[in-house]
Design a protein around this ligand. Sequence first.
Ligand code: HEM
Ligand SMILES: *[C@@H]1O[C@H](CO)[C@@H](O)[C@H](O)[C@H]1NC(C)=O
Ligand SMILES: *[C@@H]1O[C@H](CO)[C@@H](O)[C@H](O)[C@H]1NC(C)=O
Ligand SMILES: *[C@@H]1O[C@H](CO)[C@@H](O)[C@H](O)[C@H]1NC(C)=O
Ligand SMILES: *[C@@H]1O[C@H](CO)[C@@H](O)[C@H](O)[C@H]1NC(C)=O
Ligand SMILES: *[C@@H]1O[C@H](CO)[C@@H](O)[C@H](O)[C@H]1NC(C)=O
Ligand SMILES: *[C@@H]1O[C@H](CO)[C@@H](O)[C@H](O)[C@H]1NC(C)=O
Ligand SMILES: CC(=O)N[C@H]1CO[C@H](CO)[C@@H](O)[C@@H]1O
Length: 329
Amino acid sequence: MGVSSKMMMMIFLGLLGFIGLAEAQLKLGYYAQSCPKAEAIVQDYVHQHIPHAQSMAAPLLRMQFHDCFVRGCDGSVLLNKTEVGNNDTEKTANPNLTLRGFGFIDSVKSILEEECPGVVSCADIIALVARDSVWTVGGPWWPVTTGRRDGRISNASEALQDIPPPFSNFSSLQTIFASKGLDLKDLVLLSGAHTIGIAHCSSFNERLYNFTGRGYGQDPSLDSEYAANLKERKCKTPSDNTSIAEMDPGSHRTFDLSYYKLLLKRRGLFQSDAALTKSLTTLSYIKELVNGPLEAFFAEFGQAMVKMGEVQVLTGSAGEIRKHCAFVN
Ligand code: HEM
Ligand SMILES: *[C@@H]1O[C@H](CO)[C@@H](O)[C@H](O)[C@H]1NC(C)=O
Ligand SMILES: *[C@@H]1O[C@H](CO)[C@@H](O)[C@H](O)[C@H]1NC(C)=O
Ligand SMILES: *[C@@H]1O[C@H](CO)[C@@H](O)[C@H](O)[C@H]1NC(C)=O
Ligand SMILES: *[C@@H]1O[C@H](CO)[C@@H](O)[C@H](O)[C@H]1NC(C)=O
Ligand SMILES: *[C@@H]1O[C@H](CO)[C@@H](O)[C@H](O)[C@H]1NC(C)=O
Ligand SMILES: *[C@@H]1O[C@H](CO)[C@@H](O)[C@H](O)[C@H]1NC(C)=O
Ligand SMILES: CC(=O)N[C@H]1CO[C@H](CO)[C@@H](O)[C@@H]1O
């Protein structure tokens, strides 16, 4: 091969790579031509409904986490069992028992289907709703790229593997996040989502009543005064699976730094929260956040959300645009 044909070949291969990359990328304003009002419709719906139901912001944020960690951000978390050949879907898996907000996403989808049928993916709706909900309750705003396509597969055992349980230790959190291309900084930042929302006692009761695994014992890494308080007022029995507790007591509706401040007082609610203080690296990130301005947390949290929102997305002609978020087409 002559020099010039080698050059041509390189340019050709470069172009191919570029096209491949461009196709696989999300972009800002993906629906600008195909459904110009799409993002405004989502925003209006959120602005209309979240102020009357502020506690919904938390589960709608959590929804994106559960979507992105299983098969990438492909809306598979929304699929109902019956439509996937009666195979158990992510929704039916244990970590999903406490997910909320499916009806909210479905409502947004039906408005968008009226506006532009078959254009806007459920995966993009999850990402936009999460961002707009957090913003509406006074949290950060971040740019959401769009162009995700919806997956056709939802598998309960994959959710069990990929969604970390609340009793996760540091190394399993690190491993699961790394498998999604997220580092320790992302882990600390994204866990900051626990500054809003609630948890069921069943998610942390073992720390209060059965830490030994033999029916008794309390987690020594949980502040004992806080533990006593939880047992007295929130989770009165070891088998209580209906009562709830605020994850960031005193400011569970406010997106702020108090989650991190509580971690430093050994008052993180889950073992997975407490685990973040057990590595020097993550402990130093936490201290930096606590000592920094709120705006720094907001900006960095937004960047981590952008990163999480791009995990293993389907783009181009992969997957489909579902007509109804609970069913494959
Ligand atoms: C680091 C690993 C994580 C673990 C082990 C974890 C675990 C949990 C658990 C067990 C609950 C309580 C569910 C219940 O009992 O009702 C919860 C709630 C929540 N999680 Fe996480 N989570 C993690 C990361 C994240 C991430 C990355 C986000 C979002 C960016 C997030 C957002 C939320 C929110 C907002 C709630 C409150 C939901 C509500 O109010 O209904 N979590 N999490
Ligand atoms: C999907 O299943 C849930 C229960 O798991 C049910 O409440 C909901 O109505 C179903 N969605 C549709 C559209 O049938
Ligand atoms: C249900 O699971 C079976 C067994 O893995 C698989 O072959 C089939 O495709 C699944 N059904 C659907 C509709 O995904
Ligand atoms: C779901 O995923 C698990 C674990 O990856 C796999 O063993 C199983 O065959 C899958 N089930 C279906 C129905 O595809
Ligand atoms: C962390 O948890 C995993 C999974 O439960 C376990 O295999 C591992 O031994 C634990 N690591 C430490 C350091 O305790
Ligand atoms: C305590 O935990 C162990 C191990 O997880 C479990 O087998 C046992 O049933 C629990 N005991 C009670 C009283 O919840
Ligand atoms: C909650 O606990 C009750 C009684 O201990 C049990 O019958 C029920 O199945 C539990 N529900 C869930 C969702 O675990
Ligand atoms: C929202 C949702 O689909 N929740 C399901 C979680 O799993 C349980 C048990 O399989 C179902 O009963 C719930 O409907």
